[in-house]
Design a binder for this molecule. Structure first.
Ligand code: AMP
Ligand code: MG
Length: 321
């Protein structure tokens, strides 16, 4: 399917992706159509091994090889200068390209068998939470694409960490499964793009085009309540109205009687929260809740990625308690 220009749903360790042959401009255009994705939001090229970087990227800095050695295959995307062979449709006309070598065994087998770089964003309809299992992807893409390969639930649950190596110092554009702490340990100084932690103003131009779009959002508006678990739970319990839904840590589920509750794992297990956060957000769309309150972990480790996804879903509507 990939070789003949089709669209294939592909399991990865992060989220399900919507893949096409990354060298086939027309096939890549079909990804944008199926998702309803804005044309200026580029895709990531997925490759089977780091040596393929040379085929698609120019001026590759030493830092790229350091990161590839440490974190590939795995949930990390590097932004590098592109070669002309990469179609404009993949990069949205930018002179850079996002590159990733995924770890999921089935995904790797698919890319190796296709023997082409696979261009893919997440497999959701643009704006919705990313799919972390085959049923979620089918919900958005049934009838719009050729097939989805069922690779089970995703192990990481949030999209790849994106680091821009064309910036000096390297810059974190999106937090994910490879943490900021790990990147700093490997590279030394790493800056965090302001769009990771706050809303971009109307006249600001984010480095990653995707950062300016409303993202991961259920239909009902979300409010994130940040702070120690018992405190944030108490705040939500006293402010939630009759038609509110609640996203909370397992320990506090009992405090929200009468509300539709989605748990995302124990308060001290951020990895589990990352695996479950998108599905929790998505489930409210089949209910008639009018608003959603969400607990949120601190920003250490993969907590930064969980924060980022919940905060974006909330349009950075955050209450500190
Ligand atoms: P998705 O995984 O669905 O978010 O789609 C791919 C992500 O990679 C988007 O957020 C893009 O904005 C980002 N991306 C891809 N290529 C580039 C690039 N050259 N520069 C900055 N961000 C990129
Ligand atoms: Mg996406």
């Amino acid at each position: 399917m990939l070789r003949r220009g089709g669209l294939l749903g592909i399991p990865t360790e992060t989220v399900y992706g919507l893949g096409a042959n990354g060298l086939n401009e027309e096939a890549v255009h079909h990804i944008f159509e199926a998702k309803g994705r804005p044309q200026d939001n580029p895709l990531i090229l997925h490759i089977p091994q780091a040596s393929w970087l040379e085929r698609y990227c120019a001026d590759i800095p030493a830092a790229a090889w350091v990161l590839a050695e440490r974190f590939w295959p795995g949930p990390m995307t590097m932004i590098l200068r592109r070669k002309d062979i990469v179609p404009d449709a993949v990069t949205a006309g930018l002179d850079t390209v996002g590159m990733r070598c995924p770890a999921h065994a089935l995904c790797r087998a698919i890319i190796a068998a296709a023997d082409v770089p696979v261009a893919a964003p997440s497999g959701n309809t643009s704006g919705r939470p990313s799919p972390t299992n085959v049923a979620d992807m089918l919900e958005d893409m049934d009838g719009k694409i050729d097939a989805i390969v069922d690779g089970g639930p995703c192990a990481v649950g949030v999209e790849s960490t994106i680091i821009d190596l064309t910036a000096q110092p390297p810059r974190l554009l999106r937090p994910g499964g490879i943490t900021l702490e790990e990147l700093r340990e490997a590279l030394g100084e790493v800056e965090v793009d302001p769009a990771v932690t706050r809303l971009m103003g109307k006249d600001e131009h984010p480095r990653a085009p995707g950062m300016k779009y409303r993202h991961y959002a259920p239909v009902a508006p979300v409010t994130v309540v940040r702070g120690e678990g018992a405190k944030s739970a108490a705040y939500i319990a006293s402010h939630a109205g009759a038609e509110s839904g609640v996203i909370c840590f397992d320990e506090y589920a009992g405090q929200f009687g009468g509300h539709i509750v989605e748990t995302i794992g124990p308060a001290d297990d951020k990895g589990e929260q990352a695996r479950r956060v998108f599905d929790a957000l998505r489930r409210f769309d089949s209910t008639d809740v009018k608003e959603i309150w969400a607990q949120c972990p601190d920003e250490g480790g993969i907590g930064l990625a969980v924060n980022n996804r919940l905060n974006k879903a909330a349009g950075f509507h955050i209450i500190e308690v």
